[in-house]
Structure formats: C-alpha cells, structure tokens
Ligand binder design. Structure first.
Ligand SMILES: NC(=O)c1ccc[n+]([C@@H]2O[C@H](COP(=O)([O-])OP(=O)(O)OC[C@H]3O[C@@H](n4cnc5c(N)ncnc54)[C@H](OP(=O)(O)O)[C@@H]3O)[C@@H](O)[C@H]2O)c1
Length: 378
C-alpha cells in the first residue's frame, strides 16, 4: 500500500476534480504491474494496472488500491466490473469512498462477486492524500479553503514595519511550493499584492514552473490604481489571475484588467468587501475545488471570522517578536473561554529544517445563543 501511495502521488495536483489513486498487482509476493490515475478523463488506477499487466492475472493475484474501487459507470466504466472480469480474487483497499452516497458500495459489489476485500489498510495516509477531493465530493463541489501562514512562535506573520521575508527557512518554503502545486488556486489580499508583488506560482527544482488560478481579493481595486501594475496582471500567466472585487471598484479599472486578459469576479456587495460565502459558491460553479489562502493577516482573519476556513497550514519558526504591534496571523474573534477556541482535528506535524508545520482540519466552536452565553458565563 505504501508503494501504491507513491504511485498515486506521481499525479500530485494533476487530477482535479478527481482524486489521486495508485494501484498495483501482486503475484507470488512480487509486484507485477502498477498504475495510477493521471488526470481527469484518463483511466482509473485499477484499469491502468490491469492494462499494464497485459494478460490475465494469475489465480492467486492481489490488487492493492489506495481508494475504494468505483462501482458506478462513469466515463471510464466501473472499476469493480474490471476487477471482476479480470478474475482478481483478492483486493486490498486503503480509504473508503468519501462520497456518502457510494461509501462502501464498491466493497459490497466485489464481495457479492466472490472477491475477498480487505479495507482500511493505511487508511489515514490514503485519506490524507485526497484532502481536497474528500471535501469537495462531500459538499457538492465546494472548494476546500485552506489558510497557510508562516509565523513566529508568538503568532506574528510580519513585524510592525511589515517585514515578513523570511520568517521560515528554505526547507519550509520549499514545502509551501509543493502545496502550491497541489491546490488548484491560491488566494491573497490586496495588501499582500501591494507589499510583496508576489508571483504565486509553484517553483520546484527540476520541474517546470506551475501556475494555479491566482486569486486577488481587492474590493476597491487598489492594486490597479498603482503606477506599476503588479506582476500578477502583466506576467505570462496573467490569464490565470482572477480579481475578486465589488461594484465599488470602478468600471474603468475593471475594463483595464479585462483588457490585460485578467479575469474579474465582480460581486454585488453593500460594502467594499465581497461576500466570502459567495466566493465559495462561485468557486464551486467554476469547478475550483481547492483554495490555498496565503494571506495576509486581514484577509485570512476575515475568512476565519466568517467560518470560511476549512483547513490550516501553520508553519512556525523558532523566532519571537514579542511586539504587540507585530502583525498577528489571526485576529478579530472574542474568545473569553477555551471552549470558544477554534481547534484543529486530524492534526499532522512535520519538522522542516528548523521550522515546524502543523496542519489539520478546522473545527469551529458551537455557536451559542445569547441566553446560553449568559448561562455559561455564570
Ligand atoms: N508570513 C506570512 O505567511 C504572510 C503571508 C502573506 C502576507 N504576509 C504579509 O502580510 C502583509 C499584508 O497583510 P495585510 O493584512 O496588510 O493585507 P491582506 O490581508 O493581504 O489584504 C487586505 C486587503 O484585502 C482586501 N480585502 C480583504 N477582504 C476582502 C474581501 N472580502 N473582498 C474584497 N477585498 C478584500 C482589502 O482591501 P481594501 O482595504 O482596499 O478594501 C484589504 O485591505 C504583508 O506585509 C505581507 O508581506 C505574510
């Protein structure tokens, strides 16, 4: 199963809106064929492995696959049928299908056909592999919104003079590049674009530069008013940039962006801030299944206050500012009691050079009504 996970990761960031899946066939204790799902519309991993074998598997052959085989006929046919037709007698599976409508159905179909099924092998790893897919399939295509911040031990992402380069070291920054390669989109606020003029691409040594959708939240189009236009609007990937704004941004600036080839999502709003709930819905419509929210502090805090963050990536550096005027990663909530804290679940830790990554699902405290609050405060 570990080898099947390695195979699945060969398509890192290339399978949206589908999951990454790896499969292999073992005969007499030897791996005889391997496969992975390469991209949307391409054959599923099980079929790739069966095709790679190029003959009928031996009677005692076992198929290992990181995700429950599909039992419904999509564009490429049900994998359960392919397994049955190939005469595979034993299937070992990692994660169960996260779609509640299908979960476990594939196991039933295979067992009914007389196939021995062993499920849940390295299921934690196999589920973690597809954190974007798992979320979007359970929420009717809504994106997994994951906030990333690089902070000091006291939770600061920039100094009082807005210096933030670099809080974390090269190993942590390389790790960010890998997640940028996974997520179909990266989002930042106007403040970050003006302060840093970022490129927001994934640059990994030995691989071509990759540009996901680059989303800029800029309700008033402040980033367009500047003398020097940000690179996001002028570089070779500018048709991969989306500016999220409101009708308060000014039509002239919208036209200017569109003339440059930049996309503009103008969202009706009584204020200069676009609704984050509407942004989520728009992503679902555009089939953007994941958003890697890279800051800055104001935008990320706004997403948190509106309970629109699903997942957190926090890189912590062994450094303290201990300055009240340093920029806090998250702010704006009133947390009287620890029971009101936003927490993380399914937490994973990684040591990256001298820095530390903690990532996990966000769990919001239950919303209390006023009476309950008074009662609890007593
Ligand atoms: N260490 C890290 O991980 C990290 C990551 C990113 C950035 N940074 C640092 O953080 C600093 C920038 O942070 P910041 O808090 O000043 O700025 P920011 O969060 O990047 O941008 C805030 C601006 O985005 C616009 N905006 C926010 N919500 C919006 C919405 N719902 N709809 C439309 N527009 C919206 C607003 O523009 P208007 O005010 O014009 O409405 C707001 O002022 C920089 O120094 C940067 O280097 C650090």
């Amino acid at each position: 199963m570990r080898r099947a996970l390695v195979l699945a990761r060969k398509a890192w960031g290339q399978t949206h809106p589908n999951p990454m899946v790896g499969a292999l066939i073992v005969e007499d204790g030897e791996i005889v064929a391997e496969g992975f799902h390469a991209s949307d519309g391409m054959p599923h991993a099980e079929r790739v492995a069966l095709n790679a074998l190029g003959r009928k598997p031996k009677p005692g052959a076992t198929l290992y696959v990181t995700l429950e085989p599909c039992s419904t006929h999509g564009r490429t046919g049900a994998c359960c049928d392919a397994i049955r037709e190939a005469g595979i007698a034993r299937v070992v599976v990692g994660a169960t299908d996260p779609n509640p409508v299908h979960a476990g159905r594939g196991f039933g179909v295979l067992r009914e056909a007389g196939v021995e099924v062993i499920s849940g092998v390295l299921d934690g790893e196999c589920e973690d592999l597809n954190l974007i897919f798992n979320h979007s399939i359970r929420t009717d295509g809504e994106p997994l919104i994951a906030a990333k911040s690089a902070m000091t031990l006291d939770g600061k992402i920039a100094t009082r003079s807005m210096e933030s380069k670099w809080i974390t070291g090269p190993v942590a920054r390389e790790n960010v590049m890998r997640w940028r390669r996974l997520f179909p989109s990266i989002a930042v606020g106007a403040g970050t674009v003006i302060a840093d003029n970022p490129r927001l691409t994934s640059r990994i040594e030995g691989e071509p530069e990759w540009c996901p959708w680059r989303v800029v939240f800029d309700g008033l189009l402040r980033t367009v008013m500047t003398q020097n236009m940000p690179s996001l609007y002028t570089d070779e990937f500018r048709d991969r940039t989306i500016v999220v704004t409101t009708q308060h941004g000014g039509l002239g600036y919208v036209r200017k962006l569109r003339d440059l080839g930049v996309r503009v999502w103008c969202m009706d709003s009584p204020t200069q801030r676009s609704s984050l709930g509407m942004f989520r819905k728009r992503c679902a419509e555009e089939k953007i299944t994941g958003v890697y929210l890279e800051g800055g502090a104001q935008l990320v805090s706004e997403f948190l206050q509106e309970r629109q963050i699903d997942y957190l990536f926090t890189y912590t550096a062994p450094m303290l500012l201990a300055d009240d005027k340093g920029r806090s990663a998250y702010s704006g909530l009133r947390t009287e009691h620890l029971t009101q804290a936003v927490r993380m679940a399914d937490v994973r830790h990684e040591s990256l050079g001298g820095d530390f990554l903690m990532r996990g699902r966000v769990v919001y405290p239950e919303k209390l009504n006023v009476d309950e609050t008074v009662f609890r405060l007593r």
